[in-house]
Design a binder for this molecule. Structure first.
Ligand code: HEC
Ligand code: HEC
Length: 235
């Protein structure tokens, strides 16, 4: 992942602290992945019959990074997933599973999420967890990025609304997710990832290929932060 706080366009003041946070969150992520893979492999001894776990059961794993309420945890690079529509959650889980997302060596967050998605045993597990996540209540999140201008974000948003909707509520027919109520640091990171080609470049990632040129056409990196702060605070 691109470290937003250490981008060349940003003040160096928070550099060492955020570098430390990055290291400890990577350690946390690795520890959780190892723990989960051990649990999954241990579970292989059990009979296969009825092995498909329910959404709520599998959610205990997700909660370790995304939080019990699904509203995300920046320290673990984990976005809010609460209330995301089931079609988007299952599509993204399938992308991580297939390697269409989360394989670029600089995509720290994607590399953390991918083994978790792959550890879901069956397609039925993917659908069940997507249904469960979609029912967790979403809502506006606090602004965490400094030095962003939400008014400029709002002025840039008209180029996005054809796909993401006037209220940033998303559009299933266009496979465009809701953006309102998503964490600002995550939205800005993903826009940078699309701009740099860490996401949306795999040949079979059709919906990612729709989004990539939109991020690339933003006037500057600062626009990713301005848009992110505008979107995160929308109800
Ligand atoms: C080890 C920590 C960790 C665990 C456990 C985890 N996630 Fe994630 N998840 C992440 C990170 C980090 C990201 C951001 C990935 C990226 O930047 O591409 C993410 C991203 C996602 C996304 C993409 C969201 C979007 O807006 O595109 C979905 C969906 C998701 N996770 C669902 C789940 C589900 C469901 C579970 C439980 C089965 C789960 N995650 C468990 C760390 C985790
Ligand atoms: C042509 C339609 C289209 C337009 C216009 C568009 N997007 Fe997207 N956007 C998408 C699609 C489709 C996806 C899902 C990509 C995927 O499946 O990985 C997406 C994904 C995203 C994501 C990732 C969200 C997440 O949860 O991971 C962000 C952030 C985003 N768009 C922001 C924007 C912004 C800001 C604009 C305007 C500058 C914009 N988009 C314009 C289609 C579009």
């Amino acid at each position: 992942m691109i470290d937003l706080e250490r981008s060349p366009h940003h003040r160096p003041a928070s550099g060492p602290a955020s570098a430390q946070a990055g290291h400890s969150s990577r350690r946390l992520g690795h520890a959780l992945v190892v723990a989960w893979l051990a649990a999954v492999l241990g579970g292989c001894d059990q009979p296969a019959a009825g092995a498909a776990a329910s959404g709520p059961e599998n959610y205990e794993l997700c909660a370790q990074c995304h939080g019990a309420d699904g509203r995300g945890n920046r320290g673990a690079n984990a976005p809010s997933i609460a209330g995301l529509p089931p079609w988007y959650v299952s599509a993204q889980l399938q992308k991580y599973r297939a390697g269409h997302r989360g394989t670029h060596p600089d995509d720290v967050g994607g590399l953390q999420m991918r083994p978790i998605a792959r550890a879901l045993a069956t397609e039925a597990d993917v659908e069940a967890i997507a249904q469960h996540v979609s029912k967790l209540p979403a809502g506006p999140l606090p602004v965490t990025l400094s030095g962003a201008d939400p008014a400029r974000g709002e002025s840039l948003y008209p180029t996005c609304l054809a796909c993401h909707g006037a209220g940033a509520e998303g559009n299933e027919a266009l496979k465009a997710p809701p953006l309102r109520g998503q964490a600002d640091w995550y939205l800005a990171t993903q826009l940078i990832h699309f701009r740099r080609g860490l996401r949306g470049t795999h040949a079979e990632d059709v919906s990612g290929a729709m989004m990539r040129p939109m991020a690339a056409a933003l006037p500057d990196d600062q626009a990713t932060r301005d848009l992110a702060v505008f979107l995160a605070s929308r109800p």
